[in-house]
Design a protein around this ligand. Structure first.
Ligand SMILES: [Fe+2]
Length: 301
């Protein structure tokens, strides 16, 4: 179970449930949509950790920035789906450029390393789909971003995720630590709380009716410092160390977060139709609109 250092200035929004608890209550859509961070109690992802430990966690050799970005947030499907590679002189040739770089750099050009990682990630993928079904039995997903993070992440800035898409969708997110060491995060205020508390200070009313990502961008970058002034903000936050194999579930546009250290993780994101939510009004865009309305009414009153 995760080690949590609670900050009394931030709401304690952690919920710890076993898979059996979740099954019994018919899922966690309601808790998730409220912006709670759900931790799976007495659960550890069954996983071949050695398969990942043998991979390279550095992308320093990759000079192409676009390629590097794709390797950093690699789709796990690249390990076990798509056109099979051709074996030639003890190496593998892939028709896809990203998959080739994944083999050459991350798997160090080693067929055995690649095959073992493929088997491990396929099993983890199946398990993530099973967990999604238990946690969100009514959700209707229309797209899945099955991301596996294999390069080391250190000292992120505090942020809420910005998907740079203003479509009015809901997301469900499941995280799993694939490393044999803890994954260290900080988590802070929920987005609606932060916006309400700083609405006038930063004149956030000017973002009403606009793409919510514009306000998100302004807050994470201009106010909290973004990647230019990382760790210089003074926001209160809880500190969390997620155990190896631990699984946690949270809306990363609602919960501010910051990876302090992490080597390997599974980050699965499902795009979900708002109609299938426990409460459609809790989708991100609707919540942002609601805050703007609430603040405008306050002035009017
Ligand atoms: Fe993030």
């Amino acid at each position: 179970m995760a080690t949590i250092d609670l900050n009394p200035e931030v709401e304690d929004y952690f919920v710890k449930l076993t898979l059996e608890d979740i099954q019994e209550r018919g899922g966690i859509a309601d808790l998730f949509e409220e912006g709670r961070l759900i931790l799976l109690r007495r659960y550890r992802l069954p996983f071949d950790y050695k398969a990942i430990a043998r991979l390279s966690n550095s992308l320093d050799k990759v000079k192409d920035r676009v390629l590097k970005k794709k390797l950093k947030k690699l789709t796990s499907l690249h390990f076990f789906e798509g056109e099979p590679p051709v074996r030639r002189n003890d190496t593998l040739i892939f028709s896809d450029r990203v998959r080739q770089a994944m083999f050459d750099v991350i798997c160090r050009g080693d067929i055995d390393r690649f095959e073992r990682a493929s088997t491990a990630l396929r099993a983890a993928h199946e398990e993530a789909l099973r967990l999604f079904g238990i946690c969100f039995p009514d959700y209707q997903p229309f797209r899945l971003e099955a991301s596996v993070r294999l390069s080391r992440t250190l000292f992120e800035n505090l942020h809420w995720d910005n998907h740079s898409i203003d479509d009015d969708f809901h997301q469900a997110r499941i995280f799993a630590n694939l490393d044999t060491r803890p994954r260290i995060w900080s988590v802070g205020e929920q987005f609606p709380t932060w916006v309400r508390n700083h609405y006038d200070e930063y004149d956030l009313g000017r973002f009403a009716g606009r793409d919510p990502n514009e306000m998100l961008q302004f807050i994470t970058s201009d106010v909290l410092g973004g990647t230019r002034k990382t760790w210089m903000d003074h926001e209160p936050r809880h500190r969390v160390a997620f155990d190896p194999g631990e699984v946690w579930i949270g809306e990363s546009r609602l919960i501010s977060h910051q990876i302090n250290y992490g080597d390997a993780a599974l980050v699965y994101m499902w795009f979900v139709t708002p109609e299938s939510m426990a409460n459609k009004d809790n989708r991100f865009n609707a919540r942002v609109d609601q805050i703007h309305r609430e603040m405008a009414d306050r002035v009017a009153a």
